[in-house]
Ligand binder design. Structure first.
Ligand code: FE
Length: 393
């Protein structure tokens, strides 16, 4: 038995935001981030539409990137006082992730993060409120996923929350919100979406319900990401849909070790943060080569290559074409091919290699990777991504 869960309604395309007018309820709290949505006028629109729906509206503003436990608790308290029956979260991944956690603490004030971190152990939500999510970036797809990441800065821990209870009820995927996205973010979040779809397609939990979503998402990223990066607005809109399809696939099929590696190297080096999508884009071709030693995974990667029309007479040739295509995209999008090119110092890399490798093997995403991996193999794989050497083990 497997479960496949998506939001009840996904409104997509131009004008989707206006659907907020048709939500049924009495009180809505809008959760947003640092101000981009306000500056671009979308926050005011959301408030107006919700008022048109006959609701009283409250605001919770200022959710920071990588939202903290403190912000979540503050938001939950605001919700307990205001008692909304709709939580409307808008912005990049962070405000939506934060609002998902606030939702749990609003409905169950007595629970703790420790209660929530066991995957798929949430108490039953929707006793007090429903949840609408409106993304303003094209990558994380948190508007349709069962995931949220909250950081405890005091303890230096990230809590990855996973439960279908926090899959939103309504997702509004309106391309107007990503029209102003900076091109670097277009590149990184677009490659994050591609990684979601490829990892979901080869995941040990892939199934006929997730496969078509993943394949279509991959095809659309290959067709539209470069033009979206060049600010073609039609392509930008297609990418907004593509990342959402990828999200529907990976929320149900989960991910793999590209994400394990990106999670554990994001903040590992003194030379600076490695943005999530950029890290994924760098690691993806190496991981494909590693996973393709598993015959089942090899077949699945070849299916992807065939589906998007890449050439190759054998499975191996098809997989090579897929990796070449990803490398080509990284060149177009100004994404380095190796950790060394990114600027990670060799001494520091060598010094931290074994601990990073061990942490990556222990990451929640490793469990659904199609080929198992030991800490020693992970060290070798990271070494390939540092120097750009061939993965031949
Ligand atoms: Fe991701």
């Amino acid at each position: 038995m497997a479960r496949f869960t998506l939001p009840r309604d996904i409104y997509h395309g131009e004008g989707a935001l206006e659907e907020l007018k048709n939500l049924k309820g009495k009180k809505a709290i809008v959760v947003v981030g640092g101000g981009a949505m306000k500056r671009q006028g979308f926050l005011a629109k959301v408030e107006d539409y919700l008022k048109e729906a006959g609701m009283e509206v409250a605001l919770f503003e200022g959710v920071e990137p990588d939202p903290s436990v403190e912000t979540v608790m503050k938001g939950a308290k605001a919700m307990q006082e205001f008692e909304p029956d709709w939580i409307v979260a808008m912005g990049g991944g962070s405000p939506i992730d934060a609002a998902k956690a606030m939702w749990a603490f609003y409905e169950y004030p007595e629970i703790t993060f420790e209660d929530l971190i066991t995957p798929f152990s949430f108490p039953e939500l929707r006793q007090k409120a429903k949840f609408a999510a409106i993304p303003s970036t094209s990558g994380t797809a948190t508007e349709v996923t069962a995931f949220s990441v909250i950081t405890d800065y005091a303890k230096g821990i990230k809590y990855p929350l996973a439960d279908f209870n926090i899959t939103p009820d309504v997702a509004i995927v309106d391309p107007a919100l990503v029209a102003e996205l900076p091109v670097k973010q277009v590149a990184y979040t677009g490659m994050d979406a591609l990684t979601h779809a490829i990892e979901a397609y080869v995941s040990t939990l892939n199934c006929p319900y997730t496969d078509p979503l993943a394949l279509k998402a991959i095809e659309m990223v290959f067709d539209y990401l470069p033009a979206s990066y060049r600010c073609n607005m039609e392509a930008r809109a297609k990418m907004h849909d593509a990342q959402c399809l990828a999200g529907m696939a990976f929320s149900n099929a989960l991910l793999g070790i590209v994400h394990s590696m990106a999670h554990k190297t994001g903040a590992a080096f003194s030379t600076g943060h490695i943005t999530h999508g950029l890290a994924n884009a760098m690691y993806l071709p190496y991981v494909i080569k590693y996973n393709a030693k598993d015959p089942v995974a090899a077949k699945r990667y070849a299916e992807i290559a065939r589906f998007v029309g890449l050439g190759g007479a054998s499975e191996k040739a098809l997989i090579n074409s897929l990796c070449e295509k990803i490398n080509e995209f990284n060149v177009i999008l100004n994404i380095p091919a190796t950790l060394k090119d990114f600027g990670i110092k060799e001494d520091e890399f060598k010094e931290k290699l074994s601990s990073i490798a061990e942490l990556a093997v222990g990451d929640a995403c490793t469990g659904s990777n199609p080929r198992s991996i030991t800490p020693e193999q992970m060290e070798k794989l990271f070494t390939c991504t540092y120097y750009g050497t061939e993965v031949d083990f």
